[in-house]
Design a protein around this ligand. Structure first.
Ligand SMILES: [Zn+2]
Length: 427
């Protein structure tokens, strides 16, 4: 029986009921009752989700496959099946992931420049279908999907040419195209074109240099790269700076050796400078209200970036920044918006879990478990219901994704979907 209750701090956050100032969290993640409850609720949610997905999907026709995206649509369902297949070692789930990803690839609209990335475009279903085909030992289909995705990116000059018009960010831009290739490369290795990775990364860097120069001509002090989306200089992973820098660090082995020191490091230091005094990050350059603490905007989404920066630059300063982000996330990350991974409690907990994977410091696993306790609690909450309740980034699929990883964090990757590859291994 839980001894806590949620009390609103403001319209966005609950007070963290586990936080006692000056006192360390006292919790054993291997506590038998917690582990049993976590497992039971995860299984129940997964079964319920599968029932709802099967009821929603038209297995024979094509009427309701129009949202094929990872973010809110059917290939996000496929990505959860894929994750569950890995963690639960289930051949059946892998088959299901492949069925759904392949089905999505049959319903891709004629892509335009807005429909290319892993999270919101054709990149997600095509990359996932390629990887499933690889694991299911269907080399012809694997080749087909890799070829289709790479041809698509080659056919849009804007993907590799920084002078023409797509953004650089993760959800709709070049960083999201880069992620599609990296996701495939983890499994399909040399079958994925390394030159394409290089060209996209170079286009992002060129684009960043150009905007930085433009701003410097206007008298602004900027780091050597700057990025914008819809005329706004966003900073978080979904639309902005941290997400782009993070993707560039994940492809560091493809970049000129000077890029890390001359471009990436000054960008990371710039981020440290513009933090709010408490350690949270503004959502964009012109924002001065310290409000948002969620993966897409605010401290949680910067944890991944600074963890990798700590690793790449062997820097305690960046590790300290990641830990401060985790403190902010722990203190202010119980959100009234709900449980989603994009802007909810599960995404915040998944980010903290990533810091545990890197540092092996128990406190971060304890915090992720306590946040999970809220997610798996069966009392009704004053939480918002998402528009797409079964989806990966707004709904239950993302919640289950987090809980499955938390069950056995040592064995699982705990990767944030659509954002992170196994970055501690060489890709
Ligand atoms: Zn969000």
């Amino acid at each position: 029986m839980n001894t806590w209750s949620l009390v609103k701090k403001d319209d966005r956050h609950f007070i963290n009921p586990f936080l006692v100032p000056g006192k360390q969290l006292n919790f054993d993640p291997k506590n038998e009752e917690f582990v049993k409850h976590l497992k039971a609720v995860t299984n129940k949610l997964l079964m319920q989700w599968e029932r709802d997905v099967k009821a929603e999907i038209d297995y024979t026709g094509s009427s309701n496959w129009s949202d094929y995206s990872i973010y809110t649509g059917k290939s996000g369902y496929a990505l959860l099946y894929f994750e569950a297949a890995n963690i639960l070692n289930s051949a059946e789930y892998l088959e299901q992931a492949f069925f759904m990803a392949e089905k999505c690839t049959m319903h891709l609209h004629k892509p335009n420049a807005k429909d290319l990335t892993f999270l919101t475009g054709a990149g997600g279903p095509l990359a996932l279908a390629a990887v499933c085909a690889h694991l299911l030992k269907q080399p012809e289909k694997e080749h087909h999907f890799i070829h289709r995705l790479q041809s698509l990116y080659h056919s849009f000059e804007a993907v590799t040419d920084s002078s023409s018009g797509i953004p650089d960010e993760l959800l709709y831009g070049r960083a999201g195209c880069l992620y599609s290739l990296l996701f495939m490369k983890q499994y399909c290795k040399d079958k994925v074109d390394g030159n394409l990775i290089v060209h996209i990364a170079e286009a992002i860097i060129d684009s960043g240099k150009r905007l930085a120069k433009e701003m410097q001509h206007k008298g602004y002090k900027t780091p050597p790269l700057m990025f914008e989306w819809h005329d706004k200089k966003y900073l978080g992973p979904a639309h902005g700076f941290a997400g782009i820098i993070y993707l560039l660090m994940q492809v560091k082995d493809y970049l000129d050796p000077g890029v890390l020191e001359n471009y990436i490091r000054p960008c990371l230091d710039f981020l440290l400078e513009i933090r709010y005094p408490g350690g949270n990050f503004p959502s964009s350059m012109d924002s001065d209200r310290d409000r948002l603490v969620q993966w897409c905007h605010g401290a949680p989404g910067f944890i991944h970036c600074f963890v990798l920066a700590a690793k790449v630059f062997n820097s305690d300063v960046y590790l300290g920044a990641a830990k401060l982000c985790a403190d902010v996330t722990w203190e202010r990350g119980i959100l009234t918006k709900g449980f989603s991974i994009c802007h909810g409690i599960s995404g915040n907990a998944l980010a903290i879990l990533h810091l545990y994977k890197y540092t092996n410091e128990l406190v971060y696993l304890q915090r992720a478990c306590k946040l999970a306790e809220i997610v798996i609690d069966d009392r009704p909450h004053e939480l918002c219901t998402p528009d797409r309740p079964l989806s990966m980034f707004e709904g239950t699929a993302g919640v289950i994704f987090f809980l499955l990883n938390l069950r056995e964090p040592e064995k699982s990757t705990c990767n944030f979907p659509g954002y992170q590859v196994n970055s501690f291994d060489k890709i």
